[in-house]
Design a protein around this ligand. Structure first.
Ligand code: SF4
Ligand code: F3S
Length: 111
């Protein structure tokens, strides 16, 4: 089992989650973060830290697509362990529908 970053992280990218992960298993894209499913120890401490409520356990219904996205990009993007500066318009994107199509495949800067 693993926790999974889901759609509402896109363009919000608050990064509070990376500060609390005991195994540093977050990876950074341009406008989204992912969790490496084989590194996550399923501790659950990141879930309540996300202001956008964008982290869920993989037992949630309908989460398969996001689990695949987390698995794919955690192999391509750089590791991130320290909270960076979130987008200035993050609050405007919170809860917006259809953000999945805005997911950038480009890597972020990492630490
Ligand atoms: Fe890290 Fe725990 Fe969140 Fe997994 S559940 S990503 S180990 S903080
Ligand atoms: Fe994204 Fe929430 Fe982390 S918005 S970057 S999953 S704190």
């Amino acid at each position: 089992m693993t926790y999974v970053v889901v759609e509402n992280c896109i363009k919000c990218k608050h990064m509070d989650c990376v500060e609390v992960c005991p195994v540093d298993c977050f990876y950074e894209g341009e406008n989204f973060l992912v969790i490496h499913p084989d590194e996550c120890i399923d501790c659950g401490v990141c879930e309540p830290e996300c202001p956008a409520e964008a982290i869920l356990p993989d037992t949630e219904d309908g989460i398969e697509k996001w689990l695949e996205i987390n698995a794919k990009y955690s192999l391509e993007w750089p590791n991130i362990t320290r909270q960076g500066v979130s987008p200035s318009d993050a609050a405007e994107w919170d809860g917006k529908p259809n953000k999945a199509e805005l997911l950038s495949p480009n890597p972020g800067k990492g630490d």
